[in-house]
Design a protein. Structure first.
Length: 433
């Protein structure tokens, strides 16, 4: 087993596999204490990182300063490492089933260079049991080494929150686990060198996997409840925002809000848990209900937009709609699993042809490549029949009543999904979740 005391002397090397939102800040944090090799299959991304530029816009050039790190797209370069930390995406496929292709590909890459006494740590979100059932057998098969006897494995779930500078990697308590107590203690000490918020040692890899997946499942179910309440309150003719503001006056009310649930975590992770449960013969009711509710909110919004147009004697097919925001949440450039795509498709199913989407943070090239949708470069100097404030980026928070009305044709249909401009509701044909 590796001697932890050798690490402060930089006698060992850590390889981080996958340099996205999770892997990059982790790699840079470790690189202030140890030698680090950052590996990613995306060669263009590596070129940017070698120039100390974060393609995701989360980190500044200064964040690379003082780091002993090499960025590479050559898998042979990670062979000198003794600890391998895997931080690749774990999405779902078109059937809402776990897509482990990136995880297993990364595992194969590590297994090719795995040596006796090395440690492999997984941070990617998976269902409980996945590390031991899928990853470890592949490590053994490709490397020819024996699990525990020749190499060790740990699991430490990522907790990165994109766009949140307050809760950065080093400021979030880290859960770690290992295949045995010695490995777990080693990882407690290793991560403890860089994580200021402290370390929690889980009793097993499976417990750590489960702890991660219920974090987002809990949020998903709670948001699903708020979305269902929003539908009910709309049928009653009352604003959900006003109901929640009143309810919040009780000290133990949980502050969840309705919305479009996208992204690579909350909109995905519950499917992993539901998948594993079904494999065990149990079909989860509440988890699936929350997913069903949240996956159908774009359709609910679209139907209300169409109703507003019809009630205003607008020709649906000729109406022009402006959607402000495309990323899966505010103040980031991440467009993965964006529910704006669903909203656009729902509107198109009603015959709407003129839909303009503006987002100052999203990569227009990536949006067109992956979603076949074009972002406009400017929304001004034109009038629309409906404005949908879908993602409340900072750039959209300071419109005056006059500015909004200048962008709209009467009767000023304004869909403010997150109730940002709730105080102006009397001035518009206003709708919010």
């Amino acid at each position: 087993m590796l001697d932890f005391e050798s690490y402060p002397k930089k006698e060992k090397t850590i390889a981080v596999i996958g340099l996205g939102y999770v892997g990059l800040p982790l790699a840079l944090s470790f690189a202030r204490y140890y030698r680090v090799i950052g590996y990613d299959i995306n060669k263009n991304r590596i070129i940017d990182l070698q120039k100390h530029t974060d393609p995701d816009g989360e980190l500044t050039t200064e964040d690379f300063n003082g780091c002993d790190i090499i960025f590479t797209a050559d898998p042979d370069h990670i062979a000198t490492a003794s600890v391998y930390i895997v931080t690749v995406p774990t999405p779902i496929d078109e059937f809402k089933k776990p897509d482990l292709s990136a995880l297993l590909s990364a595992t194969h890459t590590v297994a090719r260079v795995l040596k006796k006494n090395d440690i492999v740590v997984y941070e990617s979100t998976v269902y409980p049991g996945c590390t031991e059932e899928e990853c470890i057998p592949l490590l053994e098969q490709v490397s020819g080494l024996r699990y525990i006897n020749d190499f060790k494995v740990g699991y430490s779930p990522e907790r990165i929150n994109p766009g949140d500078s307050e809760h950065s990697f080093t400021k979030i308590k880290k859960v770690v686990s290992g295949c045995d107590d010695l490995t777990a203690d080693f990882l407690v000490a290793l991560y403890g060198q860089v994580v200021e918020a402290g370390i929690y040692k889980a009793s097993s890899i499976k417990v750590a996997e489960a702890a991660k997946i219920i974090e987002n499942t809990q949020r998903d179910v709670n948001i699903g409840l708020m979305n269902e309440l929003s539908i009910i309150f709309h049928s009653m003719g009352i604003h959900t925002h006003e109901v929640l503001e009143a309810a919040r006056t009780k000290w133990n009310f949980l502050p969840f809000y309705p919305g479009l649930v996208g992204g690579h975590c909350i909109g995905v992770d519950p499917y992993y848990l539901a998948y594993k449960a079904a494999k065990l013969g149990y079909h989860p009711q509440l988890i699936n209900a929350g997913r069903f509710m949240n996956d159908n909110m774009a359709a609910f919004v679209a139907k209300n937009i169409i109703t507003a147009l019809i009630n205003s004697d607008k020709d649906v097919k000729k109406s022009e709609i402006l959607i402000l925001g495309f990323t899966f949440k505010e103040n980031i450039n991440d467009t993965r699993n964006s529910k704006i795509v669903d909203l656009v498709h729902e509107l198109q199913s009603f015959g709407v042809k003129n839909i303009s989407i503006f987002d100052p943070r999203a990569d227009a090239w990536a949006v067109e490549k992956y979603y076949k949708l074009k972002l406009i470069s400017d929304y001004r100097n034109k009038q629309y029949d409906v404005i949908v404030l879908a993602v409340p980026h900072k750039e959209f928070l300071n419109f005056s009543e006059q500015e909004l009305k200048q962008m709209l044709r009467p009767p000023y249909i304004f869909f403010d999904l997150k109730s940002v401009y709730f105080s102006l509701r009397q001035k518009f044909n206003y709708w919010s979740l």
